[in-house]
Design a protein around this ligand. Sequence first.
Ligand code: NOJ
Length: 506
Amino acid sequence: MPEAPWWKTAVVYQIYPRSFADSTADGVGDLEGIRQHLDHLEWLGVDAIWLSPFFTSPMADFGYDVADYCDVDPIFGTLADFDRLLADAHARGIRVLIDWVPNHSSDRHPWFVESRSSRDNPKRDWYIWRDGTPDQTPNNWSAAFGGKVWTWDEATSQWYLHLFLPEQPDLNWRNPEVVAAMHDTLRFWLDRGVDGFRMDVIHGIVKRADLADLPVDKHHAPDRFDEPAVHANLREIRALIDGYPGDRTSVGEVYILSTAKVAEYYGQGDELHMAFNFPPLYAPWDAAKWRTRIDRVVEELDPRDAWPTWVLSNHDNPRHRTRYGGSEARARAAAVLLLTLRGTPFLYAGEELGLEDAVIPKEREVDPAGRDICRAPIPWTAAADHGWGVEDPWLPWPPEPDVRNADVLRADEASILHLYRRILAARKGSPALQLGAWSPLPAPPTVLAYSRVLGDDRRIVLVNFGDAPVAVSVDVETVVEVASDGLGEGEGYAGTVAADSAVILR
Ligand code: NOJ
């Protein structure tokens, strides 16, 4: 096995703390709840967890509005709980990434409270203020969750900018004091021992200087930000992180829907360690469409020696099982795909249980952007409280919690949960699956076929996106290592991939 930093061979598991596990029976998950379920993660075989924000927050965006970057919100516990979680995870060989939200703070952050207190407050310029009149926003940009990016401040008669909610004012990264203060927040957690950061909206931290109107104003269009200054900032952040021992890492949320642009955020190996690439997440269940998106990654990232990432689900999008039509067979085949491409895969808590999106009655909706469906609490047991201590937590349960819960699926070796575990074990046992070259193989149109090769360790992966079985000839002697439909593992390959299924051949 060649030398590689841990994050290149890792499988990362995203935890949305509100929805993962509850140790206090208040219906909202917490850090101690996560610690109590590390067994599940160790048994599953993940290498790292990424925790969505657990910092002090008024929760306008459920934690992505941070009021203190260096403390834990009481609903999630305390700093001591965090330290215990980190120590226990490390003792099990599980690394911990935390979410860093540098683009904006909460409007209740003391920095913004000061900033808005008067035009000549020393922190005024820590946020983005513009002159104008209350009837005319400074530009035509719209905000991510509706409305414009501007809110008029009555008291001081100026507008402030927020790419997201009015409760999430954007920090002014052109101000060196802001840069220094935000660097300190990274150091705070690095000193505590975290293994790295997922960086929220990292491509947006510096806005174009003229804040000009855009002809077509699309929230995710790069022409609002994507400034050279973002890259300059990323180089400083990279140097700061790399200054710590132990291969700390970063994965940036670069919400620009072009893989070529995403690739730029790796710099010359001196910006992000990894960046999310969302086009595959938005690909339908279709072999050709997936192939195009994979090719784009190979074309754009490989020449830069940039290490890819793969993700099917997260806390912002409908779960992939639901997106792909709800079939468990597809969810299983998708797991094989996600976990055998070249790069670091990110799992979203609950996908190993084959969870579908929850149905949220109107009166229970809480997220301003309609993302409650993928944030339903994880059912751990078959009991009425599903291991939460309350039968009715902050959001309704996902479908079929009586049978689709961690306990029941763990008792069934044929379950999707065991499939994920077998794929993760297969990766651990195969340098080719972890680090090997990826090459496409010829295959019928509904099938995506590829090899992963490192030295004499070789795997072939066949994913059938179609609704009919397909005969595929593989002209080498192969054994089925993992099959998404569970059949024939350890046997010679018979030459047929079932509909909506996938196999890893050794
Ligand atoms: C991206 C996060 O993933 C999302 O949940 C959040 O609402 C926005 N950034 C704003 O922080």
